[in-house]
Structure formats: structure tokens, C-alpha cells
Design a protein around this ligand. Structure first.
Ligand SMILES: O=P(O)(O)OC[C@@H](O)[C@@H](O)c1c[nH]c2ccccc12
Length: 262
């Protein structure tokens, strides 16, 4: 089945001249009962999609901010199962595509088939699994085959050209282009090779290329937005929710809108 839900959402904002804005939140941070209001707030703020993190005890790619949020969520008792159960209570009212970000282990213990079925039922539009080995994506692709759930690939600055080409043709939804080497989290500056990296990725890819990692200010949203089809912002949003600084979130999202680029 073609993966269209996530792709269409991104392409339609791009058509309007906006850059896509994907906001990452950690499910269960602040208590699972806050999940619905966070999703509604982001939807209202004008995000294109929401990346929903599932807390995990061994989050190898997460920087300190996301790790701490994960620890708070685990301490609150959030699990993949309880998060999906919570989503079930309000998913019908959610208009913005949801992308689940989870490590592979929780999926395996939940059961891949059951997981795919449940996600399909909840209208989940995409899945990011940062630690899934190449061989295992075959299995994941298999269980997602008859769903509209895109398996979003991550590419890094150091991915060899051959691997980039493969990902550019087989990727679904969008390509998550990691802008820094290392873990997630707020950064001051980026490599000067980014521009070239994005140009060559975009040339090879039939689907949008979004930039993520280290983007935490409206200025950075704008400058990454000039290189890519959109941005993913994690730590800055997680921290802003934690501090209840909702204005910062609004300002970040506004920096992806067409008026900024004209
Ligand atoms: O936090 P940052 O630097 O804004 O980057 C987004 C990132 O946190 C989010 O997409 C994410 C959270 N955990 C991950 C693990 C792997 C890849 C990506 C992620």
C-alpha cells in the first residue's frame, strides 16, 4: 500500500510555501493525562506532524534533554501499551499526522503484528525506529505493508553515498536528515557542509527531506528551512513544555511559515 498520509501532509504545506514543522514530544512526560492537551496545542500552533516519543530505558540516540524527559515518563509509568491506550481515547479528534518514535525492543516485546494493527487502527501515519538494524527493516516493512504507516529513514552526515541513494529511493513519508554527528540536543552551530549535503539529498530523493537535531531557536528553524523541506524540533519543545513556555513553541512553529521566507 502506498504511504500517503504523512507525505501528503508535508507536500501540501510545501505547496503553500511553508516549510514542514515536525514537533517531537515525549509521551508520558508530565503525566499521560497531559498528552491530549499537548497534541491539541501543537495542532493549534500549526505544526505539520507530531513525532511522539515512546520512553525507553536504553535510549542510545537521545541527548540529555530527551533522556531526562524519558526518565520522567518512565517514572510516571508510561509504557508503549499505556500510551497506545491513551491515544485510543482521543485519536479520532486528532487532525495532524502522528509519527511514533520508538526503539526496537518495546516493539518486539509488544509484538510487531499487534503493534502494526493497533497503530493502523489509531491512524498513526509514520514510524521512526532509530536502532533497527538494516536486515530487520525487512521485517518491519513486512508488518507495515498493508497499512498507511510510513517507515521514516534517518540519514546522517556520514552516511556513505551508496547508502544515501538506497534510502533516497526506498524511504517513506520523509527523509529524516540528521544535521549533526552524535546525539539529539541543542547546539550552537552546524557544519558548513550542510548545504551541499541537503542539495545532494534533495536531488536524489523523491520525498521531502527534513532536517533534525540541534534546532532550538526560530532563527535556526528559518536557516534550516532554507536548506530543507522542513525541520524536526525535539529538545527545545520538550524543554518548553516542561517549563510551560508555550510562547517559545509558537515562535518556533511560526518561523517555518511562508511569510518568514518571503
Ligand atoms: O532534540 P533535537 O536535537 O531537537 O532533535 C530531534 C530529536 O530529539 C527527535 O527527533 C528524536 C528523539 N529521539 C530520537 C532518537 C533518534 C532520532 C531522533 C530522535
Amino acid at each position: 500500500m502506498a504511504k500517503t498520509k504523512l507525505l501528503n501532509a508535508i507536500q501540501s504545506v510545501n505547496t503553500q510555501g511553508d516549510k514542514a514543522f515536525v514537533a517531537y514530544i515525549m509521551a508520558g512526560d508530565g503525566g499521560l493525562e497531559t498528552l491530549k492537551s499537548k497534541i491539541y496545542f501543537l495542532q493549534q500552533a500549526g505544526v505539520t506532524a507530531i513525532e511522539l516519543g515512546i520512553p525507553f530505558s536504553d535510549p542510545v540516540a537521545d541527548g540529555p534533554t530527551i533522556q531526562k524527559a524519558g526518565e520522567r515518563a518512565l517514572a510516571n509509568g508510561a509504557t508503549l501499551r499505556s500510551i497506545l491506550q491513551e491515544l485510543e481515547t482521543f485519536y479520532e479528534e486528532v487532525r495532524v499526522p502522528l509519527v511514533l518514535m520508538t526503539y526496537y525492543n518495546p516493539l518486539l516485546s509488544y509484538g510487531l503484528d499487534q503493534f502494526a494493527q493497533q497503530c493502523e487502527k489509531l491512524g498513526i501515519a509514520g514510524l521512526i525506529v532509530p536502532d533497527v538494524p538494516m536486515e530487520e527493516t525487512i521485517e518491519l516493512h513486512g508488518v507495515l505493508e498493508n497499512t498507511d504507516i510510513a517507515l521514516v529513514p534517518l540519514v546522517s552526515l556520514t552516511s556513505p553515498p551508496e547508502r544515501l541513494r538506497k534510502i533516497a529511493v526506498s524511504g517513506e513519508g520523509f527523509i529524516y536528515a540528521v544535521t549533526v554527528n552524535g546525539i539529539t540536543g541543542i547546539r550552537d552551530g552546524f557544519s558548513d557542509q550542510l548545504e551541499q549535503h541537503f542539495t545532494s539529498l534533495s536531488e536524489q530523493s523523491a520525498i521531502p527531506v527534513l532536517a533534525g537535531f540541534g534546532i532550538s531557536t526560530p532563527e535556526q528553524v528559518k536557516s534550516m528551512g532554507t536548506l530543507a523541506d522542513g525541520v524536526i524540533v525535539g529538545s527545545a519543545i520538550v524543554e518548553a513544555f516542561h517549563q510551560n513556555d508555550l510562547d517559545h513553541i509558537t515562535a518556533l512553529v511560526q518561523a517555518s511559515k511562508a511569510k518568514v521566507f518571503n
